[in-house]
Write a new protein. Structure first.
Length: 502
């Protein structure tokens, strides 16, 4: 980033907009940049006024218009940092002050001829149309592993704790995705509670910190492929990629896996498979709340997506789970007439990232209604594969019965599984689970151990989704027959999948 700033300033760029939530880190970067170029650095805030960083002299300039005019009064080769200045540039509900925007444009025009630079430093991008072409926008990414390792080393040194390289690397890895301030806080907390740094505690606190933002949360899950009944072709596909994020895989020439779309009938295990993917690939699972991306302020939805992507890339290698993506993007086609194009712009940004991303972030998207998804998402190159999760067949239903009976601490061999499999033709995995739970309730209420007849009676009372939504399921199956890969696979794939898993 510093090299980029130096190039822009040397080229005569007068307006730079630095988007970051890390004010202290950004100002340290600007100090180093100014020192490298031989420029003087000045900062302005509405509370402190105009301050010369080198001398510490402050002038009582509290009005934003005066702050802009002071740019022309600074000596040549000066950088003026305007902190939180986006708050004075209006938003969707309040237009910018025309006098302020006109003055800023005029000052920037003069600054180009006198080696003066105005840098707006803020946590979000907010520019009126009149100023969009006047500023070059840069986004300061979250700290990388070397920066986090330095923070861990500094925290350990200040606490009088000695850490070897492995412990420092583990602490830095656990803190990926945090700002420098957040990393300092969680590492200091770890020293206070554990002495020395505890990667597990750091990761736990990181999960709470990420959840605070509302866009991404780390999902702590124990789910594995053993908890998923059937879906052998999908399992085999995932298992073949469990080592694909390693340097050895890259040296072999393997591209980093991009992601998968799991589409199919509700209750067939899409969400459970998404959770199990984390255990297969051995990477943290981040759930993206697509509904929270959309905000009322113009440009805020796109900014939310950029923040979520930046966070996922900072934590990378990682897995992003987007549940029911069809609901989040269902309005993209009519976005121009319904929401001013916001959904279409967010979707376009998401597609561009999928196409161009180089960071090891694996996307797992799930969808129930494929007709709501834009066709641009479905073409190869954006995601590696589209899997269709159909109603489970006989072998899959037997697996599902064994899993759910054993999960409730019963012996599957005490039940007539063949009869249960025949009785549940057309049932989804979640419907099979619920039937056994209903049987447990009935047996407990009667004061006896659950038996075959309890389960059969629960099944007789159940009406599966394949009956209540027969037309929709038929249409979905017809669509998937030629456009998606079966998650269950053919008999050869079943044999291969079980051999790989073993």
């Amino acid at each position: 980033m510093q090299a980029q700033l130096i190039d822009y300033i040397r080229a005569g760029f007068a307006g730079i907009y630095l988007v970051t939530a890390e004010e202290a880190r950004a100002e340290a970067l600007l100090r180093d940049t100014a020192s490298e170029l031989g420029y003087s650095l000045h900062t302005w805030t509405v509370t402190e006024g105009l301050v010369c960083v080198e001398t510490g002299n402050a002038e009582p300039v509290n009005d934003p218009l005066q702050a802009v005019m002071s740019l022309g009064e600074l000596p040549e080769k000066s950088i003026l940092v305007l902190r939180d200045f986006q708050q004075f540039l209006g938003d969707a509900g309040q237009p910018a002050d025309p006098v302020l925007t006109r003055t800023l444009r005029e000052q920037l025009r003069r600054a180009r001829c006198s080696s003066r630079v105005a840098v707006i430093l803020g946590c979000r991008l907010q520019l009126p149309p009149e100023l969009e072409k006047e500023f070059t926008v840069l986004h300061l990414g979250l700290p990388g592993l070397p920066d986090l390792r330095l923070i861990a080393s500094g925290i350990a040194e200040s606490a009088g704790v000695t850490l070897d390289d492995a412990m420092l690397n583990a602490a830095a890895e656990s803190a990926r995705g945090l700002t420098t301030t957040e990393a300092e806080d969680v590492m200091a907390l770890s020293v206070v509670r554990k002495r020395p740094l505890d990667p597990l505690l750091i990761a736990t606190e990181k999960a709470r910190t990420l959840k605070k933002g509302g866009l991404l949360e780390i999902v702590e899950t124990q789910a594995s492929l053993a908890d998923v009944g059937g879906l052998d072709a999908l399992k085999a596909w995932l298992l073949r990629r469990r080592s694909a994020f390693t340097p050895e895989a890259a040296a072999f020439g393997l591209p980093t896996p991009r992601g998968i779309l799991l589409m199919g009938i509700p209750g067939t295990g899409k969400s459970l498979t998404a959770k199990a993917t984390a255990s297969v690939l051995g990477k943290p699972l981040l759930r993206l709340d697509a509904g929270r991306l959309f905000a009322g302020i113009v440009g805020e939805s796109e900014a939310n997506l950029r923040r979520a992507i930046a966070m996922a890339e900072a934590v990378a290698p990682s897995i992003i789970w987007i549940d029911e993506i069809d609901k989040a993007l269902s309005g993209s086609r009519s976005s121009g007439s319904t929401d001013g194009g916001t959904t279409a712009r967010v979707f376009g940004s998401f597609l561009s990232w999928l196409q161009e991303k180089e960071s090891p972030v694996f996307v797992v998207a799930t969808a129930n209604d494929i007709s709501q998804l834009p066709p641009e998402l479905l073409r190869k190159g954006r995601l590696d594969e589209i899997f269709f999760l159909d109603l489970p067949g006989e072998i899959e239903r037997a697996d599902i019965w064994r899993i759910h009976i054993a999960r409730r601490k019963r012996d599957p061999e005490q039940f007539d599984l063949a009869a249960l499999v025949r009785q549940t033709d057309g049932f989804t995995g979640s419907e099979i689970e619920q039937a056994f739970v209903d049987a447990l309730y009935a047996a407990y209420d009667a004061g006896r151990e659950v038996g075959q007849e309890d389960v059969m009676e629960a099944l007789r009372r159940s009406v599966p989704l394949s009956v209540t939504m027969a037309e929709d399921i038929r249409a979905l199956r017809q669509w998937a027959s030629k456009r998606a890969r079966s998650a269950a696979g053919d008999p050869a794939e079943v044999s291969t999948a079980r051999r790989i898993a073993a």
